[in-house]
Unconditional design. Sequence first.
Length: 261
Amino acid sequence: MLLTVSSNSNFITNCIDIFIKYRPSFLLGIKYTLIIALTGTCIGLILGLFVGGLKAIKVEKQASSSVKVIKKIYDVISTIYIEFFRGTPMMIQAMFIYYALLKVFNWTPEVAGIFIVSVNTGAYMSEIIRSGIQSVDNGQVEAARSLGMSSIQTMFSVVLPQAIKNAFPAIGNEFIVNIKDSSVLSIISVTDLMFQTKRIGGSTFKYPEASFVALMIYLVITLITSLILRQVEAKINHVNTSIPQSDTNISSINLAKGKDK
């Protein structure tokens, strides 16, 4: 019993010593982890807005045959993109994309990491945005169309802003997932938190202690991020619920028409 207590005490002491001694390395890893996760999520959201938004647009009956053909081709290409990145592990994607395009772009592992997270997140964001679009009341779409707005104007001026609000919890969750999933990028030598952890564990031969420190850091980051996202979501919901829904709909349509003038 005493041996077990002593062993646990030594483990905790070693973890504290490793964190204090290698704090600059851990902080550097945290920096790159957050940069890659945040940048990749933002770019992925933009990519998802265009891919999911255009994919959800319905071609009008009076549209020319060429427009209908282009829309079908786009739907096929976007579906292949979404299914490919959602159906394969990010670790394999990282290895393939980084080494396959290294001679073309001559990029650093960090830049490649941002690109990989962005295109991967874009595939998931496309489906998140599509679900958000489906949650928007069809009456608002019909109202916008009755005012003379085209399908594209209706989508990007009326539907997407509300879809983003409805899908915000899923978008925030995707950011948290990227914070954790960015750890796989250490396989291409991205100097994130996971890379620094493996380096510290290799130099000290204390892999359990270094891994436990990284575990706690990831936990603290995700908990803080979740708290911030919940507060932002509460403010968004408060702003939207404090205004009558009918007024909100009319304002959205009038604002959209004002932009077209």
